[in-house]
Design a protein around this ligand. Structure first.
Ligand code: MOS
Length: 728
């Protein structure tokens, strides 16, 4: 089904099931430990062996010699695979470094061997006996040192053009009566999802099955085939349950490839999970940024010039963190400029992490807006409202399909008690300095084609089948809600099967596009199913209604399952959008509010309250959406206050590579979180009129925390994380 204009009559708009706060249908399986994750596929795999990965001890150079003899002689060892014995391995489309290194080493903890043994302990013990002699080469590990010589990306990336310009920024900025020119930094960050990367690999002849934790099944199936040099039809990925991803599982990682190689070499199914201390340097991370923001405005607060330059680094052939991109869209201003610069670094591979680009970009931009508002003597919410735009400021002919940013901010101000906010460092309760901060959030709504198949049986049960994934986001539930709404049945009459590459290819879970696109794919398949049902029942297809488990036409009503009396009905379709996203700018918006308390003597800082007001189209399941947003808000607190991968600039690795050294906040750290969704439907976004919220919830939070700390203390910190040593 091609979606380009909203349908006049749309069955989803009945909203009997969709739009209602609904418990996770997979919740009981997960909370009782019955949901099988990638490392636990005892339901499918008998007598597996265990894989353990040995990582490089250097960041750059070569393996001069590798001695496996002692490891091979260890009890229980079945096979050891290195680059010497793996056969030819291609680099996947989405990988920057090879997933099995040697003899060349591209980054610290790049895999150099997989050891397969009868038990995990045997594999680990054998790994410790492998001797590798490295020829270490010098590498570049310090982004700041390269900033002034960094080169720009050679090609336009998936984030669009690296540089944009409208009008004459330099001239406009020079002439502006009020100016800000400031430098901000954000550190490398880790996804730190609960479930590490894990795969159980099984060969049956030429056919490879990977029970794996992966957000994007279709992309990754292709990349497994490419990497191993086998036909895509011989590869199956199955990923029904995933313990978090945050972008770290968008692509195939070492666990999948090395489990496959280990299984081939040992002739046994192989279970392989990356250990937690290995995750941080072996997989991907959100790259550090340096950002320069210049804003020029008239005395009454109208932005006349806005410029945002971002520097980040990655391995040779890698891409930039697109931290400047949201600045193209968020505020008006005639003279504008964005620039993205990329340095070659020999640190582990950088890649997407929840709201890639926007999350670190807004951490800078939304402090800059706070600083500018203060210079102007204008309330920061009013300053943002003055500079709101309903069109893409770089391409004024493109309107936003919906944009209620100002409403998010103004409603948030009212609900949060923003009028009680005072000047910096002026509110004190006993030993605590109290501050409030605000940050605006924007995250785009991306349209991706998405397929699904639906089956109806005689019992009136509808089964949804798609390779879509649920990374803890609630996909099972919103797809069930969609099918239930479309077919006029209760949600418990819907069965949802996900994550299997043998099922129709979906949009996958990435870029907060999963919810809107995957439900639209189910919508499209259900439209076809409705047609077939009506035909089978001999109804005029235009006048038929699906409700209460029955199909109604005129004064006749027949149970839905009756249509499948002579055999199951199967319908399959894919939602596609043509060039709809070229005509409109589609984005989601948020106002984030934070109150902090800072101990006047020790600097100890506590989050006291948080509020997010979001405008993100129709909210399909307010309960699941709220969970997404409060999780993201918590992640934003981590980004603002504690999360930082500490770079060893001599040897080129992340020092704090476990969850004791890389700490993340939890909900218990934040006593009060509230989320308000504006009533909104976006008829341009899809037949569902929905968008995503999973990344929006993070966008702008970090700066809201930073601005609250400034408001509490009167000390402005521009280098994240904002730890207390920076404002004591
Ligand atoms: Mo997201 S970083 O596209 O999983």
């Amino acid at each position: 089904m091609k979606f380009d204009t909203p349908a006049a009559k749309n069955p989803i708009d009945r909203l009997k099931v969709v739009g209602k706060a609904t418990d996770r249908i997979d919740g009981p399986l997960k909370t009782t430990g019955l949901a099988p994750y990638a490392y636990e596929r005892h339901d499918k795999v008998r007598n597996p062996a265990y894989g353990y990965v040995l990582g490089s001890a250097i960041a750059k150079g070569k393996i001069a010699a590798i001695d496996l003899a002692a490891a091979k002689a260890m009890p229980g060892v079945l096979a050891i695979v290195t680059a010497d014995t793996a056969g030819k391995l291609e680099k996947g489309q989405f990988n920057t470094a090879k997933l099995l290194g040697g003899p060349d080493i591209e980054h610290y903890h790049q895999a150099v061997a997989v050891i397969v043994a009868e038990t995990f302990e045997q594999a680990r013990a054998a790994a410790s006996l492998i001797t590798v002699n490295y020829a270490r080469a010098t590498g570049n590990f310090d982004l700041a040192a390269l900033k002034d010589t960094a080169v720009k990306p050679v090609a336009d990336g998936p984030g669009g053009k690296p540089d944009t310009a409208v009008g004459d920024f330099e001239k406009g900025f020079a002439a502006a009566p009020v100016k800000l020119d400031a430098l901000y930094t954000t550190p490398d960050q880790a996804h730190a999802m609960m479930e590490p990367h894990a795969t159980t690999a099984l060969w049956e002849g030429d056919k490879l099955t990977l029970y794996t934790a992966n957000q994007m099944i279709a992309w990754s199936k292709g990349d497994v085939a490419k990497t191993l040099g086998i036909a895509p039809e011989n590869v199956r990925l199955d990923s029904p349950y995933i313990g978090g991803g945050f972008g770290g599982k968008l692509f195939v990682r070492a666990d999948a490839i090395l489990a496959a190689l280990g299984a081939k070499a040992s002739g046994r199914p192989v279970k392989l999970a990356l250990t937690r201390p290995f995750m941080f340097n072996n997989t991907t991370h959100r790259p550090a940024t340096i950002q320069r923001i210049r804003i020029g405005a008239t005395k009454d607060g109208k932005i006349t010039a806005i410029g945002h330059e971002g520097w980040s680094g990655d391995l040779p052939g890698g891409g930039p963190e697109t931290a400047v991109n949201q600045t193209r869209l968020l505020y008006a201003g005639a003279d504008r400029m964005t620039k993205t610069r990329l340095a070659v670094l020999d640190l582990p591979e950088g890649n997407a992490m929840r709201a890639p680009g926007e999350a670190p970009g807004l951490m800078a931009l939304e402090i800059a807006m706070d600083e500018m508002a203060e210079k102007l003597g204008i309330d920061p919410i009013k300053f943002r409202a003055i500079n709101d735009t309903q069109v893409d400021p770089e391409k004024p002919e493109r309107k936003f399909s919906q944009r209620q940013l100002v409403k998010c901010l103004e409603l948030g101000a009212e609900k949060f008690g923003w009028d009680k906010r005072k000047g910096p460092g002026s509110v004190r309760e006993g030993r605590w300095l109290i501050g409030m901060g605000v940050g605006a959030g924007i995250r785009n709504n991306l349209l991706m084609k998405s397929g699904a198949r639906v089956r109806l049986n005689q019992a009136g049960i509808v089964t949804v089948e798609t390779d879509m994934t649920d990374i803890g986001t609630g996909t099972y539930t919103i797809l069930a809600q969609t099918a239930a709404e479309m077919m006029g049945i209760p949600i418990d009459k819907v069965v949802v099967t996900l994550g299997d590459s043998d099922l129709p290819a979906s949009a996958g879970s990435g870029g907060q596009w999963g919810a809107n696109n995957s439900t639209s794919g189910v919508y499209a398949a259900c439209m076809k199913l409705r047609e077939t049902v009506a035909q089978r029942l001999g109804f005029n297809t235009t006048e038929v209604d699906f409700a209460d488990g029955k199909v109604h036409s005129g004064n006749r009503s027949i149970a839905l399952g009756e249509a499948a009396r002579t055999g199951e009905i199967v319908a399959e379709d894919t939602i596609e959008y043509g060039d709809l996203d070229k005509k409109y700018q589609q984005s989601t918006f948020a106002g984030h509010f934070v109150e902090v308390a800072v101990d006047a003597a020790t600097g100890e800082t506590r989050i006291r309250r948080m509020l997010a007001v979001c405008a993100a189209g129709r909210i399909l399941n307010p309960k699941a959406a709220r969970s997404q947003v409060i999780g993201a808000m918590t992640m934003g607190v981590g980004a603002a206050m504690i999360e930082e991968l500490a770079v060893d600039k001599r040897f080129g690795f992340f020092v704090n590579h476990d969850l004791a050294g890389y700490e993340v906040p939890v909900h218990a750290d934040i006593p009060h979180q509230e989320v308000i969704f504006l009533e909104e439907e976006d008829p341009i976004s899809s037949p569902m009129k929905a968008k995503g919220v999973g990344e929006l919830g993070l966008c702008g939070v970090g700066a809201a925390v930073a601005n609250a700390i400034y408001n509490a203390t009167g000390i402005r910190v521009r280098d994240y994380p904002i730890t207390l040593d920076k404002y004591l």
